[in-house]
Design a protein around this ligand. Structure first.
Ligand code: CMP
Length: 826
């Protein structure tokens, strides 16, 4: 048979096997990765026995023979599987939590690998007599941890989130560190690199940091491209697959940086930014596809790597057993040093939160080694440039160690965690669970009655089905009553966390319903992230502070304002104002929804106290938003109306779409009619989705025309005046003129109002008035602060031009001087 046919046959055979092993692992209650490794070893052993003479001897022999002949090189392992594995993990990590934990994660991953390589290397060198560099190489090979088995156990028993975060984060970065270190040591072993530790360290940092930058840039580039793909999910997923592999190859081969780090950071970048650029359903589908690909990759790499184990162990000698014992001890000692000496030091510097001792123990015991260690082992054993005895040394010991962690540590991790009670909910979670049960069990009991009635079921069946609920309702509500005594502070805290999370869901729902632009979603989600961060460690005060902060003009806004003032470029500022109005309007309606959520759900779960505080906070936010919206609507009423019309149109389109879907679901219209209706709808939606442009209204001629003072000027003079004036926008609360400053310009209010903060009492000036003239006329510092009350369109006149104007027009001069005189004497 043709080779390719046999290969496909063998590979699909593995797929069939994999599909069986997942449920089997569940059944046997062993970690899936461990079962894979065991089966892989068995197939490898079988293949070695059946060997070459199997070809042409029936289906099974064909398959095993082909598998035996696979001989995947280490490069194939790393290049085919690693990008997928890393990218998928990076895509699913909680990036915010990871950033919080970045110090301990990097310590465990990078410093941990260095310590482990050093300790293992020196210990084996001492005991085995093999060259130090070779021992260090072995140290690097066994330094990478594989989270698959451990994280699966964590999920199974509901381990604390932080523990999962640490273990997953560590394994994301330590592959890169170990591979970089391995490559470096290999070069030293082969005499290609000067064995100076400093040069080595610099190289290590360069490779790592370079990978980081490459990954972020590539990730950002893809985030930027994603919206161009116009919600074509298949295209979006494909692009991310291309990203994972391309950034790896480009990093490794063209830039000379760590491809592994580049893949990880590219994945994290997409994880962080991509979610805001894709619609929620596209994002879900992307994650689901990656989950499938990641599952294939991790299963295959484990199985194929384990299949080589018998071959690697075939050359083992009994004397190597005690070397293995040294390796095991040294590897655990190294991890213990990182966990129990370095990590507390890091916590003492406040760079990392304290890690609990029981968590440390689990991290120590749960440091499983897996596919990457085996791939590196393979890389060493297949490298003909390395002396045979060193190849054998690394091959046998590294494989032995991987098996030790997989077959001894993994199966005992679950009992250990049970013993440490890490499989139990925290008291606050227990309280919440009991309260949920207490509140809802009774109503479910009633629901059963209704369902039974609808389906004409009566008698014993209904009672049987409802019995469990009846039995638990009372018990649950008593426990819930007891737990309701939980301190107010902690109930409020939990409510606020849920509230901030719910707000995010509401935004995503709006986005999914396409009633909000992508830009607005991105802005709102990042605002909400700040809100969530604030409540994570704080209470109502922090919530309010974050909500108030969100309403301030952002740095970007202030930059665009500056840009308009100094260069006359209006577009960015106009876009910022449009964003501000759109996000404020959306937030206001979301907060209304949150208020109902608070009264309907949170108050029932956490009692009246927290719910009242929350209602007050939400009210305060609505007030703030109301002010921001009113200010904008006052200055740009037409634009405000246009945005509201757009919102309603998009909502209507959504309702229309749902109607069509319903008609199809009810088989009233067929696919052809439905598709036709949807095409027409999509067309109208594209038109409706284009956000109306906001005109800042800063045209000089128009502004001058609005000022009464200039009304008497003849057209020629007015045209001349126009050339002297500059238009600018002031935002609410902005200090336009500051007391004591040196004055350069005078301002004329074309629209809006300002407040002159005089020592005696504030004076308001409205459209047509001017200010800032005193400092110019008297050549004195500014006499008072002048603050914008809302959005104001101002005309600015420089000191020199003011003099020119006053010389040219007597009427204006008299008018300005008389007002100035009154003000001086006020
Ligand atoms: P200047 O001193 O340049 O800066 C502060 C400005 O506040 C000042 O110019 C006037 O334009 C304005 N101002 C000062 N006093 C009064 C007043 N009594 N009524 C209105 N505006 C005033």
């Amino acid at each position: 048979m043709h080779d390719i046919v046999l290969t496909i046959f063998a590979l699909t055979g593995l797929f069939a096997l994999i599909s069986m092993l997942l449920p089997l692992a569940d059944r046997l209650a062993v970690p899936y990765a461990v079962l894979l490794a065991a089966v892989g070893c068995a197939i490898g052993g079988l293949a070695a026995i059946v060997g070459d003479n199997a070809n042409g001897g029936g289906m099974v022999a064909d398959m095993i023979g082909t598998l035996d002949g696979f001989n995947l090189s280490s490069a194939a392992f790393l290049y085919i599987f690693l990008p997928t594995l890393l990218f998928e993990t990076a895509l699913n990590v909680d990036v915010r939590r990871l950033t919080d934990e970045i110090a301990p994660v990097l310590l465990l991953a990078v410093v941990g690998v260095l310590v482990s390589t050093f300790v293992v290397g020196v210990a084996l060198w001492e005991f085995s007599g093999v060259a130090l560099v070779a021992c260090l190489m072995l140290g690097a090979v066994v330094a990478t941890t594989d989270p698959v088995a451990v994280v699966a156990i964590f999920r199974d028993i509901g381990a604390p989130h932080r523990l999962t975060m640490l273990v997953e984060g560590e394994s994301l970065f330590n592959d890169a560190a170990a591979i970089a270190l391995y490559t470096l040591l290999l070069a030293v072993l082969l005499g290609e690199h000067p064995a100076s530790p400093l040069a080595g360290l610099i190289d290590f940092v360069r490779v790592f940091a370079g990978g980081l930058v490459a990954g972020v840039i590539a990730g950002r580039l893809v985030i930027w491209i994603l919206p161009i793909l116009r919600d074509h999910r298949l295209a979006e997923t494909t692009l991310t697959i291309a990203l994972a592999y391309m950034v790896f190859v480009v990093g490794e081969h063209y830039l000379g940086v760590s491809g592994v780090v580049a893949v990880v950071t590219a994945g994290l970048t997409i994880n962080h930014g991509g979610q805001r650029r894709l619609s929620p359903s596209s994002w879900k589908s992307l994650i689901r596809t990656w989950e499938q690909i990641g599952f294939w990759a991790s299963s295959l790499i484990f199985l194929l790597a384990a299949m080589m184990v018998p071959r690697l162990l075939a050359q083992a000698e009994v004397t190597q057993l005690w070397q293995l014992a040294v390796l095991v001890l040294a590897a655990f000692a190294a991890r213990a040093i990182t966990l129990y000496v370095l990590l507390p030091l890091l916590s003492a510097t406040k760079l990392a939160e304290h890690v609990r001792n029981d968590h440390k123990l689990v991290i120590l015991w749960g440091g499983m080694r897996g596919a990457v260690s085996l791939a590196l082992t393979l890389a060493a054993t297949e490298n003909a440039a390395i002396a045979p005895d060193i190849r054998n040394f690394i091959g046998v010991l590294a494989t032995g160690f991987v098996l030790f962690t997989l077959f001894l540590c993994a199966p005992t991790l679950r009992p250990l965690m049970r013993y440490l009670r890490l499989d139990q909910l925290s008291p606050a979670d227990v309280a919440l669970r009991d309260r949920v049960m207490g509140l809802y069990l009774a109503s479910i009991g009633d629901d059963i009655g209704k369902v039974a009635h609808d389906h004409h079921i009566t008698g014993q069946a209904v009672e049987d089905a409802a019995r469990w609920y009846a039995r638990h309702t009372e018990a649950a509500s008593t426990i819930a009553e007891e737990n309701a005594q939980l301190p107010l502070e902690s109930r409020l805290h939990t409510s606020l966390v849920i509230l901030a999370e719910r707000e995010r869901e509401f935004y995503l729902e709006h986005f999914e319903a396409r009633t909000m632009s992508r830009r607005a979603v991105a802005l709102l989600l990042s605002q909400d992230a700040q809100l969530r961060d604030a409540v994570k460690t704080g209470g109502a005060a922090e919530y309010r502070a974050a909500a108030t902060e969100a309403m301030r003009f952002s740095r970007r806004f202030r930059f665009d304002l500056w840009l308009q003032r100094h260069s006359g470029v209006e577009r960015p500022l106009a876009r910022d104002l449009a964003d501000r109005l759109e996000t404020s309007l959306t937030t206001r309606s979301v907060i209304q929804e949150l208020r109902s959520f608070n009264t309907d759900q949170l108050s029932r779960l956490f009692g009246a106290g927290p719910s009242e505080t929350i209602d007050a906070e939400l009210n305060a936010r609505i007030e703030l938003l109301g002010r921001a919206i009113d200010a904008l609507m006052l200055q740009y009423p037409n634009y405000g109306r246009a945005l509201q019309t757009q919102f309603l149109t998009l909502k209507a389109l959504r309702i229309e779409e749902e109607k069509y879907r319903q008609l199809r679901a009810e088989s009233i219209v067929g696919n052809e009619v439905f598709n036709d209706l949807m095409r027409a709808l999509a067309h109208r939606r594209t038109i409706a989705e284009a956000r109306p442009q906001l005109d800042l209204g800063l045209k000089r001629e128009e502004l001058v025309a609005q000022v009464a003072m200039f009304a008497a000027l003849d057209p020629a003079k007015r045209a001349k005046l126009c050339r002297l004036l500059r238009a600018r926008l002031a935002v609410p609360g902005e200090v336009i003129v500051r007391k004591g400053d040196h004055g350069g310009d005078m301002f004329i209010i074309s629209s809006g109002a300002v407040e002159v903060r005089l020592a005696s009492q504030p004076v308001r000036l409205g459209s047509g008035a001017f200010f800032g003239e005193l400092a110019l006329l008297d050549n004195q510092p500014r006499s008072a602060d002048v603050v914008a009350l809302g959005y104001c369109q101002l005309l600015r006149l420089s000191s020199r031009d003011l003099n020119r104007l006053m010389r040219a027009d007597d009427g204006l001069r008299r008018q300005i001087e008389s007002v100035a005189g009154e003000r001086r004497s006020a």
